[in-house]
Design a protein around this ligand. Sequence first.
Ligand SMILES: [Zn+2]
Length: 497
Amino acid sequence: MAQAQKITPRAQDFSEWYNDVIMQAELADYSPVRGCMVIRPTGYRIWELMQRALDDMIKAEGHQNAYFPLFIPQSFLAKEAEHVEGFAKEVAIVTHTRLKATGKIGAGAVTPDPESALEEPLVVRPTSETIIYAMFAKWIQSYRDLPLLLNQWCNVVRWERRTRLFLRTTEFLWQEGHTAHADEADAEREARLILGMYRKFAEQWLAMPVITGMKTESEKFAGALRTYAIEALMQDRKALQAGTSHNLGQNFAKAFNVQYQTATGGQEYVWNTSWGVTTRLIGALIMTHSDDFGFVCPPRLAPTQVVIVPIWKSDEERGQVLAVGERIRTELHTAGVRVVLDARDTVKPGAKYFEWEARGVPLRLEIGPRDVAAGQAMAARRLGGKGPVSLAELARVVARTLDEVQAAMLAAALERREAASVRGVTKPEFLEFMRTGGGFAYGGFCGDAACEVAIKEATAATIRVLPDDEFRSREAPQTCMWCGKPSLVEAVWAQAY
Ligand SMILES: [Zn+2]
């Protein structure tokens, strides 16, 4: 690996810092295709760990995985009016099926063969409601077929003009759940169940606190009745939507004629939900926890949880520390810890520390000749704190330390979020808050979209959610923070990614 480069400090340029952290930790890279990224092995391992954890949670609630085509007939997208409006401006379209040589040289050497033009163009899925509900219409006949609970892990394409690694890329990976229910209450229960699942996943695995709540009409998913979201606050005090769950009502069922026979013999349209989280979560993870030394990864999602760095001068010492290092590696591996022994003799220990710190490894074990003699290792936490650990108790202490680090990261992130939140703001306070760094601002909202527009124009802040009970202020606001009319509901504003 190349000598570690300097990481731009967060305070100097958060956006540069973010890119530096990704590059140093080798999580992703820019690709020859503009707006698309390459997820490198370390970044992809994090995604695999996320996938495994969340997939288990999804299945535990009775959902099954399936796979639907990448291509969607163009006409399908036009069937649900709001949906087409929401996605029309960012879809990739396949119009031809083969190329033809032109006889020219270079970039113009081939051109789409006009004779291969598709009768109906195909859209590369920006999301799969349309194709999935077209299939649901075929599979659902009776109330006995409900609920139908499916999920798919796949890629989607949305033609973004401004892209950022992990946060906004033209192609990204995600899971999209799609369900059909007999009535509104069951669909609503499902949408809320998934929201709770996403929250649990964010807190327990990403160590990332989130606010749950409902989106306003202007922020909801195109084609949904109601959209729920989990919202996190990054270290630069900008909000990040980390997952959404939609009650789609009967909009798609009517567009795709998904009907079922009721127990009494009548015909009814089903109620659908859809929900997803994406590789954007890796960006959220980076911006929630990392520091000026590089990536910080919560232990449960760390590709490498523990790195062992042996320290020696003579060949004799080398033999000793490597033997102990290998024994520890095996012991920890057997205990289920993702552990690496960095035995390279071309890199000095100090440079190794630097490198593994930038890669976000939560715990480092240093073993020198004196440690071997004392039957111990020096344990250094990525976020600070160092001390000797007896080799006899190592596996137990490592497991406990990783749990402690995971819990401490969630607590620290929660503290940062609360320090960057204000409640019961007045208009002047709100303007000042957004002008001086921002964060989550709780205040009264009259429900008028015109206020949302005016606030966005003045401050770039949007309503992230109408928060659920648990997150609401003890005293309900009486007036709209912006226009002073009676408040219908409390809202949380922030500038967002
Ligand atoms: Zn208002």
